[in-house]
Design a protein around this ligand. Structure first.
Ligand code: ZN
Length: 230
């Protein structure tokens, strides 16, 4: 039987207060404070804008320091342009998506590829490589751009399964490698004689065929889903 902590009168087990002096009853089995926190401590995540500002200031300060150093060290050679170009490229890749989540994927991909193009152009300026930039680097970037656009269009269009997405990505890699060798061959030998890119393309096909089979056969698909947690 419980008793009042104030006046000592006997109380009903479920009573919330003493019937005589109205002192609130204490139920140690219910009111006992927990020795350990029952909910995980909540840490508010850093806002995307704050993260963008931090990354921008880091990239900006590195660019500025290298620019100033370039005035003292080898002032005749604009080596700091490489660092500034790399910082600009990283900014477009990582900070721009933080600032503009609503931008369409095609715009973001275009910005990413354009950033690579500007960076490679800066390198070509520093190495007197205008010729290779326009005849080799630019066509490769164009093929990469078309390839990535096509892949993102195909992946976005429908709700693709993991297996289909993997097969499409491998096909895109195979196509890009074929285009890469085409550009290099045309630049170096002025004719297309595919060798190593064919090996890569055949390897890609060898990966795509089993993926398609697994996708088509329900029992294999279930097995893959269980084993790889897809
Ligand atoms: Zn009492």
């Amino acid at each position: 039987m419980p008793y009042c902590v104030n006046c000592g009168v006997e109380m009903n087990p479920g009573a919330q207060a003493c019937p005589l002096c109205q002192t609130p009853a204490w139920h140690p089995e219910q009111d006992e404070p927990s020795y350990f926190p029952t909910t995980p401590a909540q840490v508010t995540p850093a806002s995307k804008r704050a993260l963008a500002a931090l990354l921008s200031s880091m990239l900006g300060s590195v660019s500025l320091c290298c620019g100033l150093l370039n005035l003292v060290l080898k002032p005749g050679h604009p080596w700091s342009l490489y660092v500034i170009g790399a910082a600009l490229m990283l900014w477009v890749w990582f900070v721009l998506p933080l600032l503009s989540r609503r931008l369409p994927i095609f715009f973001r991909l275009s910005a990413d590829v354009a950033a690579v193009g500007v960076y490679v152009y800066l390198i070509s300026l520093g190495t007197d490589g205008q010729e290779w930039f326009f005849h080799l680097a630019l066509p490769i970037l164009g093929i990469l751009c078309a390839d990535v656009f096509l892949l993102s269009f195909l992946l976005q269009g429908h709700r693709r399964s993991m297996l289909s997405s993997m097969a499409l990505t491998i096909a895109a890699i195979g196509l890009f490698v074929l285009g890469l060798e085409f550009c290099i061959d045309r630049y170096l030998h002025s004719l297309w004689h595919p060798t190593w890119s064919l090996v890569v393309a055949v390897a890609c096909i060898a990966l795509i065929v089993p993926l398609r089979i697994v996708r088509r056969v329900p029992s294999l698909r279930e097995e893959a889903r269980r084993r790889f947690h897809m």
